[in-house]
Design a protein around this ligand. Structure first.
Ligand code: HEC
Ligand code: HEC
Ligand code: HEC
Ligand code: HEC
Length: 359
């Protein structure tokens, strides 16, 4: 007599349906997972793969777009000189009246598209410096020219404009403050030293100390994990320094939308001869950001209305994310400077053009 086991009976009965539903449920869950692609960036076998999520990259494209360049006015020999036309030009003295007017249009699009000229100007007196935004914008003009001349080691000839950071907003995304809210600081359970505050994005959502940007992108502490000799000869990098370093590295990777292998061969993180060329660009970038914060943003801070300060009274600062916004080259590497050569540095003209500009 054929004997049927209960399990065999179950297989023909309700059980298979259960299995089908369970499989469907698993598939549905997996469908929500990221599907990643990988590109090989180093020699075969070195594991230097960059993993990316094509869908997330495509979704992020709008932030990398660039507005159409302002039309260029044909040179007008009748146009008045800057000193005849304007009363209070302190930085853009190398431009003609037409060039200044065109740049003003562009600056409105880049920084304050809704408010327009009035964001920086009293419309009844354009020469007046009564609005903080105009005073800040003048400092920003100097900073932008300095980035494009002094920091070619980082920005190359691609350079930056106001748009690189601002993207149509007065307060650019990716600015940051020292002393991010650290509820555990110096209370009864002790000083947490900015650690164990998970959920902070710049920190890769880890429990590492979250003030690495103040340490490395404003102050110039050494970004080190490894000692320089096999045997300990002097005080090497501290555990704190190592933790800060990893925190900064996660911030940099997030800001550029890359993995550690974009810059390092992760079999040995420290040696430069085993790293990729972008690591050198990044090294200069770190120095550039420090100098922007110390030489420029610290002077801008007190000019801003207190609503722009942090809860602890700190001023906004520039980081990698302020320009890069998730791309390994800001705006995917497109340069706006050919359309705005006046931001590449003080304009140098052929003698004839210079004479007509001075007229
Ligand atoms: C983001 C701030 C900002 C916006 C927006 C802006 N300007 Fe300006 N504007 C400035 C700054 C800064 C100066 C002074 C530049 C210098 O000192 O070299 C200036 C100077 C001027 C001057 C010269 C005034 C004088 O007599 O000295 C005129 C005219 C002017 N802007 C017109 C405009 C117009 C028109 C618009 C709108 C299309 C506009 N600006 C939008 C910041 C701005
Ligand atoms: C490297 C990035 C960077 C570049 C390039 C840059 N800015 Fe800024 N800008 C900042 C940061 C950061 C702040 C401070 C944010 C804040 O005000 O809270 C700021 C603030 C400002 C403000 C004050 C906004 C406010 O209401 O608080 C103005 C106006 C401004 N920038 C104009 C300009 C102009 C015009 C240019 C181009 C000539 C320019 N910026 C280029 C980063 C940049
Ligand atoms: C965009 C390039 C870039 C990316 C991405 C990057 N790093 Fe770095 N890393 C650097 C640079 C530049 C330095 C050296 C900084 C300095 O000396 O000022 C460095 C230094 C380090 C050091 C210190 C080595 C030593 O000398 O002790 C470690 C460890 C490190 N990185 C780990 C990582 C890890 C882990 C990741 C991924 C989470 C990562 N890095 C992502 C550029 C990068
Ligand atoms: C003022 C804007 C700005 C800031 C701030 C900035 N970068 Fe850049 N970065 C650029 C520009 C522009 C380029 C493109 C240069 C080129 O085309 O040669 C670039 C290129 C790079 C590259 C080279 C990418 C490649 O594939 O060649 C790396 C790496 C990089 N940046 C890392 C960083 C890091 C790390 C920081 C923060 C410490 C940072 N950048 C801050 C503007 C900026």
């Amino acid at each position: 007599m054929e004997r049927r086991t209960p399990s065999a009976a179950a297989l023909r009965g309700g059980f298979p349906k259960l299995v089908v539903w369970a499989l469907l449920a698993i598939l549905a869950t997996l469908a929500g997972c990221e599907r990643t692609d990988a590109v090989q960036r180093g020699f075969r076998g070195t594991g230097m793969l960059n993993v990316y999520d094509a869908k997330a990259l495509a979704a992020a494209q709008p932030i990398h777009a660039i507005p159409d360049p302002e039309p260029v006015d044909p040179p007008d020999p009748e146009a008045p000189s800057v000193d005849e036309a304007f009363k209070n030009i302190q930085v853009l003295r190398d431009l003609t009246v037409l060039e200044i007017s065109r740049l003003m249009q562009a600056m409105s699009t880049w920084v304050a598209p809704e408010e327009g000229c009035d964001f920086c100007h009293n419309p009844r007196n354009l020469a007046s410096d009564e609005k903080y935004a105009k005073v800040v914008a003048r400092k920003m003009l100097l900073m932008t020219r300095e980035i494009n001349t002094r920091w070619k080691s980082h920005v190359g000839d691609t350079g930056v404009t106001c748009w690189t950071c601002h993207r149509g907003q007065a307060v650019p995304s990716g600015d940051w403050f020292s002393n991010p809210a650290a509820p555990g600081m110096n209370n009864l359970i002790g000083n947490r030293n900015f650690q164990n505050e998970p959920g902070i994005k710049s920190n890769g959502n880890t429990s590492l100390p979250n003030d690495a940007l103040s340490v490395f992108l404003e102050r110039d502490d050494n970004i080190r994990v490894q000692g320089e000799s096999v045997l300990r000869t002097s005080q090497g990098p501290s555990i704190k320094q190592a933790e800060w370093t990893y925190s900064l590295m996660m911030y940099m990777s997030n800001s550029l939308g890359v993995n550690c292998t974009y810059c390092h061969n992760t079999r040995a993180l420290a040696p430069w001869d085993q790293s990729s060329p972008p690591r050198v660009t990044a090294w200069h970038g770190i120095r550039m950001v420090r100098s922007l914060n110390v030489d420029h943003l610290e002077a801008v801070g007190p000019l801003l209305p207190p609503i722009r300060w942090s809860a602890t009274g700190d001023f906004p600062k520039v980081g990698c994310d302020t320009c890069h916004k998730g791309a390994f080259k800001p705006m995917n590497g497109v340069s706006m400077l050919p359309d705005y050569p006046e931001l590449a540095g003080v304009m140098v003209r052929a003698p004839a053009a210079a004479a007509s500009a001075a007229n």
